[in-house]
Design a protein. Sequence first.
Length: 494
Amino acid sequence: MAAELIIGFRLSRQLESAEALAPALVKARGLLERIGALVDGWEYDRFENLLLVRLRAGREVAKEAEKLIAGALGGELGLGSEPAPPAPSGFAVATEALPSPSVLGLLLRASAAQLEVPGLSRAEALALLAYYACGLDEVKALFAAAVLGEEPARLREALARLREKGVVGSDGSLTREGEELLERLADALRARRPTESRGQPAMVVDEEGNLEPFSPDKLAYSLYSCGVPYGLVSTIARQVEEVVGGRRYVGKRVLAMVTRSLLDEAYPAEGIAERFYSYVYALESVYVSVGGEVRRVTWGLLRRVSSEVLGERGLRPPRRLVRRHAEVIASELRSLVAHAYRYFEGRALKLEELRDLGRRTAPLVSFAWLDLSSTPREELAERYREAARGYLSAAAGSRDLGYRKEFVGRALLLLSAGLMLKYSLLPSNSTPLNLSALRAELGRARLPGDARAALARFCKLGAKLARKPLLIGPREARRVERQIAELRSLAERL
């Protein structure tokens, strides 16, 4: 099980600043991930010439972690070092006072909400939630109370009352009654997606006759992307929505003209209105020279460019990844046109310029595309798998709800990316997209029965874990622990 450890090093010479250690520690971080050790942070005391590295690792790999860090210090900076044990055993257990940022955010929401649970006062409900979300760690819960603006002493008193009521057992675990109360708290506080409006939205008709529902969010994104001040975005979007209200159909150009007139009134001198109009119709005003022929930019051309660029690493990009990348290229192109619309008047881009735009934006949709420029596919797949095993080990040892979810999320992304590389597919930066591509591969690839079953189970289990919310009740938390254990087993088999 992973523990929070501190490893100390006395360096052979004094450094000017802590930043000088960054090259060595960045390299060490990658090496440590391969043995299941994660770097939480590090501190350098210049006067004592002492480096302290915080790790999440099992004690069984702590000695190896120490050697890897020392090797990185010597290889990258030419620094000799000798262990400076913070504890007689060689490794000190690091006490992390604060819970994860996600848990702190959850508790901040809870402190502002009306917590009404029969049988519990507000202070007791908040104490129970903080104690549970912090992994049944009273010290962390007390520190969290201070961040929330609550008196730690009051939270401690509330925890004592919970023990008296039989909500928290004498051994610190939750009793059955405590778990039932926690389930009610989780249900009341769990964030829910906003419900869709019951009214039928107007359908926007573009110049080619295509239909799509009017979306204030999409309009707001366009306004913000072309430089409309943030404070004005919601006002303009709301005013346009009022114009659209009650209509069954509205033309795209009508929407653009209404929005442009509102921007002309609000900012007559800044040229924002013209910039917005150029952004909306950028793809219709940009031309590309292809084989001596000048063509207007189309979605088909953007997808072709995307497919060519993403395929430069010799792997097959999934269709959804190509579409997503084409949308990113289009967004980048719109932004360029909006901010320099005079430059694009009467000028055709070269096809290679469009490809260069695709190359600059490729890492936004596939971090592996960038890694593959310097690392062979098989080596990269193994690196991802080893790093994922480290995150799963940390997740299995973490009692903090936020850290556990974060580590599982990272592991799923890396595991799915490694598997896609194994099947000659280009991974994306999205776990759901990767899992979807792997499920499709099940129908194409000729796999032995055991391998097919393991891959199918990984896709199913990965999708379940990826959809888990931050705040889960005790029963669901135990189920997640079993699923993490199964995922660790699958990582070895796959």
